[in-house]
Design a protein around this ligand. Sequence first.
Ligand SMILES: *[C@@H]1O[C@H](CO)[C@@H](O)[C@H](O)[C@H]1NC(C)=O
Ligand SMILES: *[C@@H]1O[C@H](CO)[C@@H](O)[C@H](O)[C@H]1NC(C)=O
Ligand SMILES: *[C@@H]1O[C@H](CO)[C@@H](O)[C@H](O)[C@H]1NC(C)=O
Ligand SMILES: *[C@@H]1O[C@H](CO)[C@@H](O)[C@H](O)[C@H]1NC(C)=O
Ligand SMILES: *[C@@H]1O[C@H](CO)[C@@H](O)[C@H](O)[C@H]1NC(C)=O
Ligand SMILES: *[C@@H]1O[C@H](CO)[C@@H](O)[C@H](O)[C@H]1NC(C)=O
Length: 489
Amino acid sequence: MGSIRNSIRSMGFVAGWLLLLYCYPVSGIGVNWGTQATHPLPASTVVRMLKDNGFDKVKLFDADNKIFNALSNSGIQVMVGIPNEMLYTLANDVQAAEDWVTKNISTHVSSNSVDIRYVAVGNEPFLSTFNGTFLNTTLPALQNIQAALIRAGLSARVKVTVPLNADVYESQSNLPSEGDFRSDIRDLMVEITKFLSDNGAPFTVNIYPFISLYSDSNFPIDFAFFDNNNSAPINDGGRVYQNVFEANYDTLVWALQKNGFGNLPIIVGEVGWPTDGDKNANLIYAQRFNQGFMSHVNGGQGTPMRAGPLDAYLFSLIDEDAKSVQPGNFERHWGLFYIDGKPKYQLNLVPNKNGLVAAKGVHYLAQKWCVMSPSASLDDPQVPLSVSYACANADCTSLGYGASCSNLDARGNVSYAFNTYYQRNNQLDSACRFPNLSVITTSNPSVGDCQFRIMIQTTSASVGGRIVVSITMHTALLVLVFLFLLTMR
Ligand SMILES: *[C@@H]1O[C@H](CO)[C@@H](O)[C@H](O)[C@H]1NC(C)=O
Ligand SMILES: *[C@@H]1O[C@H](CO)[C@@H](O)[C@H](O)[C@H]1NC(C)=O
Ligand SMILES: *[C@@H]1O[C@H](CO)[C@@H](O)[C@H](O)[C@H]1NC(C)=O
Ligand SMILES: *[C@@H]1O[C@H](CO)[C@@H](O)[C@H](O)[C@H]1NC(C)=O
Ligand SMILES: *[C@@H]1O[C@H](CO)[C@@H](O)[C@H](O)[C@H]1NC(C)=O
Ligand SMILES: *[C@@H]1O[C@H](CO)[C@@H](O)[C@H](O)[C@H]1NC(C)=O
């Protein structure tokens, strides 16, 4: 009896595995791990998060020994980036490219068992905001890194690629079949694509429906999502598009095909939705987009032009509070997880796994906040100065129009600014001494969706470093206030 039951159970087990193999694309789902945060979680904590959540691939923007060590023997596949700032050197110096590969790839692959699969040379180097700075260096850097990988005997297992913004191709109408590379960089794009193709490397593209919506107020909002019922679909010669992601992806497929690379593998290097800092950046839309995207990926059907599994990296794992807000206030809020590793919303990455799993073993600072003192007046001339100082040196991206704290009253605004500065400075007493304006409280000032967060504890070393920095900043603050008072007299 027992053995029959066991064999039935193991048949069920095998069937389960077959079902898994059948249902899930072989490539799995990846995620971008950016590290521009003032209080990053320890690398080992993040690797545990990746595993607990079933990510089997990770994309890094920079080579970082601490991260490589944490990824060692993890079974997670790695794409590691080279920052744009290094392209010039790598393009002009073969030895520098070889040193980069030796130090940042070979060492970790051989002695450390890090499963590095791709080197991402540059990051969106042809973005129009870079004014063409990297046009001349991207391809030579790509070539030198590839040559160095060959020299290191790694070119069969580690492939090169260049993560590109989706604006390297365009369609004159909105039909994907009209797609081609952008005319001003067409020859360069063809050369790069040919190089990738010749070396068995993939084309990597970042696709952002959120940006389509953000940059065009007439964009039909439902077309940004995968559950689109309402807006008229695009019918491109019988191929029907219900969402901008697939239309955009197939515009690339057409561009590749027109230039003779119809079978080049495509990786979606970044795709995601931010949760704060803009009227369309919120938990509901982010959940709707990412869940729709994951269901699409897990369905495994691909796009009208490219059947089969999608190879993609979600953007991103954890919020990064030190990113530039030049693209917009939403830029610090792309994470599936907050800075403390707590999931923002429920998301089923794989069909039978429920929700996201929080980071384990996270330590917080004390339950206290810095707020505007009840006795202080909004008419105090130091208020605007103090708020702009706090916001310039911490993160007020949740305060703007349409953001999670945009409904605070004026005093709430001031408190929010003071608190973000206080938390960023590890709750130092001196970081809550806005002259006669601020006070420390133990009662949580959060209201509704507007969270006054408690910062996490980072290692003592970095706290030490920060104390020096913040003492300097407080000195600067006092000087500023002093100068301001002088001008008032
Ligand atoms: C390895 O990568 C890091 C991070 O990008 C960089 O600072 C360093 O210069 C690289 N090492 C070499 C030898 O190029
Ligand atoms: C690009 O050009 C604009 C306008 O000339 C300038 O404001 C911006 O700083 C430039 N960006 C870079 C990265 O050089
Ligand atoms: C790139 O090369 C072209 C031709 O050699 C040159 O005219 C252009 O100024 C270069 N651009 C940059 C950003 O270096
Ligand atoms: C789309 O239509 C289905 C069926 O009518 C409905 O259940 C679902 O809520 C709709 N989704 C949206 C986003 O309107
Ligand atoms: C709060 O601050 C934001 C961002 O600085 C500003 O747009 C908003 O008008 C302020 N609200 C009040 C009530 O002062
Ligand atoms: C703070 O308030 C006290 C008493 O109202 C006043 O004497 C002092 O000058 C104020 N300090 C500053 C820096 O404004």
